[in-house]
Ligand binder design. Structure first.
Ligand code: PGA
Length: 359
């Protein structure tokens, strides 16, 4: 009897062991699953929190820029608490009024320069000047043309005063025994107000380096010439992600040598866009312009960053200028090929109206 009972107990204990093992395993499984889904939930919650914070940030005027691929820009925040035209109006109110309100990050006047390079004859230049003289140009724009040296006098004597004249180069110091050079003093003497320095054709064809260019700019400024200071990367430099490095290095060449930025306009001209018909997109140009302004803020001063005009150059024409002009940090243009056609140049000058959002 007792034996039979013991045998029955043994028979039951085996399924009991399996039963407890099964229950224990299920419990363990449920715990692990619960832990996983709760950490999923935490992750989802923290993502949502981050998304909410970002949308709140943009609602409160902080727009996080996306990562800039290849341009070494990690992040930047731009205060956006007021509409552009109000920000512009506030900035302008403390300086000058131009009879309109402009959507510009800087506080300067729109600027359009025509770089005629090594083009023209007496006849073609007479025609170009006649076209410019009869063009209707927006008042609130600084307009400058840069003829070849030998035609400056002809242009000065025939062009309306409303358009100022720039040289395309000037010597590093006072004139003297420097064959083939033209001094800043001579340019002032002949009626020039501006000079271009750092143009990519002089950097890369003639071989001028950053410090030489900076010194030439400084000397021109010391003689009361205003300077169009050009910077810009080559295609391989852009493709290697060095756009900002190159532009900042070239800016440093100017910053190391000049004592004031008041009479400087910076021209960002990507070399791959010059004379190629491949204009930078408005976004590409804006991105570098904003970075240049940021560099000025960090390396010169907030005031210089806000007051210095940063213009774009490289295959600008009558069809693409309007979209470029709309960008906040694009304060005008330096135009090559299209500046040789008076009516088209006038269209580019008048694209300044794209900045006007209220009169
Ligand atoms: P582009 O030249 O307009 O013909 O491209 C611009 C410049 O070199 O300043």
């Amino acid at each position: 009897m007792q034996k039979a009972q013991a045998k029955r107990n043994r028979c039951w204990s085996i399924p009991r062991i399996f039963f407890f093992l099964w229950v224990g395993g299920a419990d363990l499984f449920i715990r692990i699953f619960a832990l996983n889904s709760s950490s999923d939930y935490e992750l989802r919650r923290s993502n949502r929190r981050r998304a909410t914070t970002m949308s709140m940030a943009s609602a409160h005027g902080k727009l996080a820029y996306p990562q800039f691929s290849g341009l070494r820009r990690t992040s930047a925040c731009v205060s956006n608490s007021q509409p552009l035209f109000l920000r512009r109006a506030g900035a302008a109110a403390s300086r000058r009024s131009f009879g309109g309100i402009f959507a510009m990050a800087g506080t300067g006047k729109f600027f359009v320069g025509g770089n005629w390079k090594c083009n023209g004859t007496k006849d073609s230049i007479s025609k170009l000047v006649a076209d410019l003289n009869s063009a209707t140009l927006e008042n609130d724009v600084d307009v400058v043309v840069a003829p070849p040296f030998i035609y400056i006098d002809q242009v000065k004597r025939s062009l309306v005063d409303r358009i100022e004249i720039s040289a395309q180069n000037s010597w590093i110091g006072k004139g003297g025994a420097f064959t083939g050079e033209i001094s800043a003093e001579q340019l002032i003497d002949i009626g020039c107000k501006w000079v271009i320095h750092g143009h990519s054709e002089r950097r890369h064809i003639i071989g001028e380096d950053d410090q030489f260019i900076g010194k030439k700019a400084a000397y021109a400024l010391s003689q009361n010439l205003k300077v169009i200071a050009c910077i810009g990367e080559k295609l391989d430099e852009r493709e290697a992600g060095k756009t900002f490095d190159v532009c900042f290095q070239q800016l440093k060449g100017f910053a190391d040598n000049v004592s004031s930025w008041t009479n400087i306009v910076i021209a960002y001209e990507p070399v791959w866009a010059i004379g190629t018909g491949k204009v930078a997109t408005p976004e590409q140009a804006q991105e570098v312009h904003a970075a240049v302004r940021d560099w000025l803020k960090k390396n010169v001063s907030a005031e210089v960053a806000s007051e210095t005009r940063i213009i774009y150059g490289g295959s600008v024409n009558g069809s693409n200028c309007a979209d470029l002009a709309k960008k906040e940090d694009i304060d005008g243009f330096l135009v090559g090929g299209a500046s040789l056609k008076g009516p088209e140049f006038a269209v580019i000058v008048n694209s300044a109206t794209e900045k006007k959002v209220a009169a």
